[in-house]
Design a protein around this ligand. Structure first.
Ligand SMILES: [Zn+2]
Length: 396
C-alpha cells in the first residue's frame, strides 16, 4: 500500500504564476485563521517583503475579498495599523457531510464560522435517497447565499479523492463508483472537493481548531465504526487504495470477536458505539443510546463496560503512537460525549505503555475537538478553504 502526504506534492514545478497564487492564498489563510490581520503581520509571517504584501492586499481589496477595518479613534490615531477583515461580499463555502446515519450541509465563511446547517436522517429503504437529499441540502444553503466559492464533501469511504467518487462502501444504498463531484459540478457549476470525513475533520482542526498547535496529530472518530484522519508534518496522510485511515480494523486480539471485515478482534467490535450500547443492554436490560450510556457512566456496570472498551481502544492507540509518534490524539464524532475522566484515564494509559519516554515534549495529549461533534461537517467546508489557501481558487 502506498501512502503520501499532501506536503510531498508541494514544491514540484513551481513557476511564477503558481508562486503568485500561492502567496495570495497564504495571505488569505493568515487573515482567515487569525494568525495576522495587518500588512506588517502578514509580511512577518509570510517572509514576503512589505511591498509584495501591500500589492497582494490591494489586489484582495479590489477583488472584494478583504476590507480595511475602521481606524480606531484615540491617542494612537494615525499610528495604529489598519486591521484587515473579510469583506461581507467575500464568497462563502458549502460543506456536505455523508455518513451512515445522516447527511448534513453547512454554510461557512472564510473563518469557518457556521452561518447555517441542515441535517437529514438516513432512510435506507428509499432508492435514490442519497443524491436527492444532497441536492436538497445544497439548494437550501443556496437560498441563504448565492455567492459560493465551492462545495466541499466529507464522506465515508472508500473514495477516489482525486476523481471525486464514492467507490463501494459496504451496505450503503448499493452505491458503486458514484461520480459525486462531477454530478455536483455539473448541477451547480461550482468547484467540488472531496475527502474522507475524518481527513476533513483533521484539516479543520489543523487550520482553525485545536490542531493548530501540533505538527502531527491523529483525529480519531468513534461511532459504530472507528476511523481516523492523520496529520503528519505538514499534510494529511492519503491512502491510495481509497480508504480512510481504518483505525477500527486494527486487531487487539487475534482470537477475539469476529468482525464484518472477516478479521478477528478489530478494535471497533469492542469500542464502537454499537458494541458498547449492546453490552450495556445485555448487562442492564436497558436500551440506551451511546450518549445516555455516557450520561449514566457513574453507574458501576456502565462504568465497567466503558472502561473495558476504552482500554481496548487505548491498546490500539499505543500501537498507533509507537508507529507515528503523534503529539496529540483528538477524540471526535460521538466520543465527544465521553466524560473527561475517561479521556484522562486513556491519556495516562497511552503514555504509560508507549515506547518513547514520557517526558515533557514526548507526552501525547488526548483531547476533544475544538469543533466538537461538528468537526466532520465544518471539515467538509474546510476542504474548499484548504484549496483557496493553496492559491488554487480565486486567482487566475
Ligand atoms: Zn474488522
Amino acid at each position: 500500500m502506498r501512502w503520501r502526504t499532501e506536503r510531498m506534492d508541494r514544491g514540484k514545478g513551481i513557476n511564477n504564476g503558481d508562486l503568485k497564487r500561492r502567496n495570495r492564498g497564504l495571505a488569505l489563510k493568515l487573515i482567515a485563521t487569525g494568525e495576522s490581520n495587518t500588512r506588517t503581520g502578514i509580511a512577518r509571517a509570510s517572509r514576503l517583503t512589505k511591498m509584495s504584501v501591500s500589492n497582494i492586499i490591494d489586489e484582495l481589496i479590489q477583488k472584494d475579498l478583504i476590507v480595511e477595518g475602521e481606524q480606531e479613534r484615540g491617542e494612537q490615531q494615525g499610528r495604529r495599523p489598519l486591521s484587515l477583515e473579510f469583506s461581507p461580499k467575500a464568497p462563502k463555502m458549502i460543506g456536505v457531510l455523508i455518513n451512515r446515519e445522516y447527511c448534513a450541509a453547512v454554510l461557512c465563511d472564510f473563518h469557518l464560522n457556521v452561518i447555517r446547517t441542515e441535517r437529514r436522517e438516513m432512510d435506507y429503504h428509499e432508492k435514490g435517497w442519497l443524491l436527492e437529499n444532497i441536492y436538497g441540502l445544497i439548494d437550501s444553503m443556496l437560498e441563504v447565499e448565492k455567492n459560493i466559492l465551492g462545495i466541499g464533501v466529507a464522506s465515508i469511504g472508500p473514495l477516489d479523492v482525486v476523481r471525486g467518487m464514492i467507490l463501494r462502501p459496504p451496505r450503503f444504498y448499493g452505491i458503486r463508483d458514484l461520480p459525486l463531484a462531477s454530478l455536483l459540478k455539473e448541477r451547480y457549476g461550482l468547484p467540488v472537493f472531496m475527502d474522507h470525513q475524518y481527513n476533513s475533520a483533521a484539516r479543520a482542526e489543523k487550520l482553525f481548531g485545536c490542531g493548530k498547535e501540533f505538527s502531527s496529530f491523529i483525529f480519531v472518530g468513534i461511532t459504530n465504526g472507528i476511523g481516523a484522519g492523520i496529520y503528519l508534518d505538514g499534510g494529511i496522510l492519503q491512502n491510495r487504495a481509497g480508504l480512510g485511515s481504518e483505525l477500527g480494523h486494527i486487531s487487539v486480539d487475534y482470537q477475539g470477536n469476529l468482525c464484518d471485515c472477516g478479521s478477528r478482534g478489530c478494535v471497533e467490535t469492542y469500542a464502537g458505539t454499537n458494541a458498547i450500547v449492546s453490552r450495556v443492554e445485555a448487562a442492564t436490560g436497558k436500551k440506551m443510546t451511546f450518549a445516555e450510556c455516557c450520561a449514566h457512566s457513574h453507574e458501576a456496570v456502565i462504568r465497567r463496560i466503558l472502561t473495558e472498551a476504552l482500554e481496548k481502544l487505548s491498546i490500539c492507540l499505543v500501537s498507533v503512537s509507537n508507529l507515528l509518534n503523534p503529539e496529540a490524539i483528538i477524540l471526535g464524532h460521538e466520543s465527544v460525549k465521553l466524560p473527561e475522566e475517561f479521556l484522562k484515564e486513556m491519556e495516562s494509559y497511552i503514555n504509560r505503555y508507549k515506547l518513547s519516554e514520557d517526558s515533557g515534549e514526548s507526552h501525547i495529549k488526548l483531547q476533544k475537538p475544538y469543533f466538537g461533534e461538528d468537526s466532520q461537517l465544518v471539515g467538509a467546508a474546510c476542504n474548499v478553504l484548504a484549496q483557496a489557501f493553496e492559491g488554487k481558487l480565486l486567482f487566475e
